[in-house]
Design a binder for this molecule. Sequence first.
Ligand SMILES: *[C@@H]1O[C@H](CO)[C@@H](O)[C@H](O)[C@H]1NC(C)=O
Ligand SMILES: *[C@@H]1O[C@H](CO)[C@@H](O)[C@H](O)[C@H]1NC(C)=O
Ligand SMILES: *[C@@H]1O[C@H](CO)[C@@H](O)[C@H](O)[C@H]1NC(C)=O
Length: 482
Amino acid sequence: MILECFIFTVITFLVTETQCQATEVFAEEGSGAVLPCKTNSLSLIPAAIVWSKANKGTVWRKQKSGLQYWGASWLKSGSEGTRVRCPHSQFERGDYSLQINRVTEEDGGVYSCSVELDNRVVEEVVILRIIKVTVSPSVPIWGQDVSVTCDVTPWPYGLSVQWILNNSPFESQGQIISDRDVTKSVVRQKATARLTGNWSCAVSIRGKMGRASATVSVKGIIQPSDDNTKVYAAVGSSVVLPCVFSTGLIPSSPVWDKLKPGSHFNPAPGLLPRSFSPVSPLSQFAWDRSASLKEVAFDNEGRYRCSGIVQGQRQTRTMQLVVAKIESNILSKKKGSLMLTCQLSDTSEVTDYEWVRVTYDPNGTQSFETIQKGNKLSISVSEEIQGEWTCRFYGRGGILGNVTHHIQLMSGLSGQKSTRSSYNTAAVVGLSFLLVVLLLILAQMYKNHQRRKRILQYPALETIVHSISNEREEKERSRIKK
Ligand SMILES: *[C@@H]1O[C@H](CO)[C@@H](O)[C@H](O)[C@H]1NC(C)=O
Ligand SMILES: *[C@@H]1O[C@H](CO)[C@@H](O)[C@H](O)[C@H]1NC(C)=O
Ligand SMILES: *[C@@H]1O[C@H](CO)[C@@H](O)[C@H](O)[C@H]1NC(C)=O
């Protein structure tokens, strides 16, 4: 009966479900496999055991006398002897399972176990399926086509395959490709950082599960991992523009560009800002090509691109520098009120603003006091306002950055003064104008007075002058009459 079942299984295992109960065993290539063969009856009498593989003959057998034999193909491996064994210690418990170490694809197939006890023969059929995950190319460069393949040898009809990347199911499932007698599941993707990690192929059939995994590490620019990543910086601060290649991957001809605005598809490099430095104070390794801006100005905002050549392929990464500043305005309507406005060169990722007042106790310990939400803050200059006023801005994933406005004691007072001085100046100007006018009037009056005095000294002269003028007037009148 066992022989029939065995032959039947060998013939049909690729085509249909086997009729007799063959045990499914999955093993990842390179790992160990245990092919179960158990009897219910315990026996102290040594049994004759035969493990054989379909089309390959005997794997291992033991005679009642205790002599062991290995199949020729299982004896090859060198000093360690053989990869298969059937531990005696388990025999007493009726366990005649076969252990195979470091399984290979060739080990996949149908095995049978035959145990001769007293006058009974116990038979088992086991199908060993080897799972293997391969990545091609083994170290993909960013942007290359990469394929992750799951091979199961032999591949059973109706096998379900699930791809798992870093412990979560991979969204776009692999395709199952059947090509004549080779069946496999393949995931094809453009290599990005997202593909980096532990890829597992979880297979199951008739309640039995197996799994194999492989690590994918995509080489290229690993930080930032995506194009158009936003980097936030406050005006006047220094900022690092990250551009880190995979560890040990040293790019040739690294270049930084600032891209002209509006050129999304075919970016034209523009001029780099003056405070730009192609090295970052933090970078220590040749694969860290991060750059820095020593002192960010508001118009330094925009898109930057770093690139370098790796294995003949240019790797590029773009990022956007978003600059934050605080505008401070004295409100003319509300006297003595200062309006702080938090401004960002790009607010597309910003969901929330928060104003925080930073104060220092005599020990120099910072303390934060949240004042309000929103990008505008109105503070009364009559209060004690010196210190740091920080605007924190948040995105969906949490804080994006902050920008601080310093109102120092001196500038605070002068700020107060300047608000007042603007009114004072007007008054002073007005007053001085009045004073000047008054002085001018006085001067004129004095002049007139002096002249009169002089004229009175010569009364005769005055009469003459007077009569002359009278004469002229009469002449005029007579002319009009004519
Ligand atoms: C990958 O994940 C599997 C299980 O999810 C684990 O057994 C294996 O050790 C992991 N491999 C690596 C290289 O992390
Ligand atoms: C400053 O430090 C001293 C000792 O370290 C402590 O006793 C004191 O309370 C601190 N003052 C403040 C305002 O935190
Ligand atoms: C602003 O950001 C800097 C750097 O991340 C941080 O050290 C500082 O505490 C922040 N200030 C506030 C008020 O959140």
